[in-house]
Design a protein around this ligand. Structure first.
Ligand code: PLP
Length: 397
């Protein structure tokens, strides 16, 4: 066999979202793009903010010698300093450029973080439902995935967390605001999680990291303040990107940041730098590092997403779906009216041309995910299909 067993397994696990997206493309050819309503892929509709374009123009008009060349693997010191200053402003923790490494998107950042801390057989805890590629990222570095449940509101079950931390637990990989549920882990949850980790660190004599995948941290609603793991746990690694807060996922710009008080801080940072190189990234895109440096405090208009959140949430509730109100990100994760989420998603697709993703893609049967980072018209056009199935399955009259 040409393709390894590991890759074959990974391709099966991670194929749902792309499959729906590709089936959507085929359906658009068959029925016309205006007759297929695609809520399957989290590709933000918003254009980047004007400040992003201003920075591109500035660089185009004032290029400097060497600006497309190699640099330190960690990234430009000025950009790392700017990221650190923003994190300090947000968290009050005294980060400097020595705590930050630029990365190739959040996906690249998570892989750098995991490769740095994992030996074969080390365990990484994740909460279900999860972002589908976590499984593959952990396996990339010979880690063992330890999936744990969330409660009825999709908050981590901290009692179960405590029971499941063992001598091989190296990290808890969290994602808040969450894809696919939209929940935010509040200060109380983060504080209790950190207490548990500290207790277990003392018991097993080794650091247990929170690896925080937080590309949606600025897409947060109702005036809520993002509770950063940095303020709760000194063994926190932020692995994130500007993909969603600047609406530039194709540009692949992100970073890894380590709490300044972490154990073995300098070695960890050297590890991140080494892993950036040997994972084949070499460095984060040079041009984008120059673009994002001066716009660390800029974000796309979050109120637009909040408006979409309100629209879709209110409609789903009106139709009788059981659904948690998202506090951030741009996904919503209602309960399916029938147990078989795959059958339900296919019915929505085949009978009503609405494309969504079944809960099984996120490790949790019985739910389905819709994205609302789409335009108003598309969102409205999805409602009749959702309503028809709500009526068929007696959620509403
Ligand atoms: C939870 C989560 N983590 C990571 C990523 C990957 O982000 P990036 O495109 O910055 O690599 C995504 C993208 O949708 C995501 O939803």
């Amino acid at each position: 066999m040409a393709v390894s067993e590991r890759v074959k397994k990974g391709m099966v696990v991670g194929s749902w979202i792309r499959r729906m997206f590709e089936e959507g493309i085929a359906m658009k050819k068959q029925f016309g793009a205006e007759n297929v309503y695609d809520l399957s892929l989290g590709n933000p509709i918003m254009e980047p903010p004007p400040e992003f374009k201003r920075e591109i123009k500035r660089l185009a008009n004032h290029p400097y010698k060497g600006m497309h060349g190699y640099m330190e693997n960690a990234g430009y010191p000025e950009t790392r300093a700017a990221v650190a200053a923003q994190l300090k402003k947000e968290t009050g923790i005294n980060l400097t450029q020595n705590d930050v490494i630029m990365a190739v998107g959040a996906a690249g950042a998570i892989n750098v973080a995991l490769k740095t801390i994992l030996d074969p057989g080390d365990e990484v805890i994740v909460f279900i439902p999860w972002f589908v590629d976590y499984f593959n990222y952990i396996e990339n570095h010979d880690g063992v995935v330890k999936p744990l449940p969330t409660d009825e509101n999709f908050q981590p079950r901290l009692d179960v967390l405590e029971e499941n931390i063992g001598p091989r637990t190296r990290a808890v990989l969290i994602n808040s605001p969450n894809n696919p549920t939209g929940v935010v882990y509040g200060p109380d949850t983060m504080s209790r999680m950190a207490d548990i980790l500290r207790k277990k660190e003392a018991e097993f004599g080794a650091p247990i990291f929170i690896v925080s995948d937080e590309p949606y941290k600025k897409i947060i609603y109702d005036g809520m303040k993002y509770p950063s793991p940095l303020t709760f746990h000194r063994h926190s690694i932020i692995a994130t990107s500007h993909s969603k807060d600047l609406s530039v996922p194709g540009e692949r710009i992100g970073y890894v940041a380590l709490h300044p008080d972490s154990t073995d801080h300098d070695d960890m940072i050297k590890g991140f730098v080494f892993c950036t190189r040997v994972l084949g990234f070499i460095n984060a895109p040079a041009f984008m590092q120059n673009v994002v440096r001066n716009i660390q405090d800029v974000t796309i208009p979050v109120s637009e997403y909040q408006r979409h959140r309100d629209f879709i949430y209110n409609n789903l509730v009106r139709m009788g779906y059981t659904v948690n109100k998202p506090q951030g990100a741009f996904y919503i994760f209602p309960k399916c009216p029938i147990a078989d989420d795959v059958a339900f998603v296919h019915e929505l697709q085949n009978e009503h041309h609405v494309l969504t993703v079944p809960g099984v893609a996120f490790g949790l049967h019985g739910y389905f995910r819709l994205v609302y980072c789409v335009d108003d018209t598309l969102l409205k056009k999805c409602m009749p299909g959702l309503e028809a199935l709500a009526k068929k399955y007696k959620l509403m009259k």
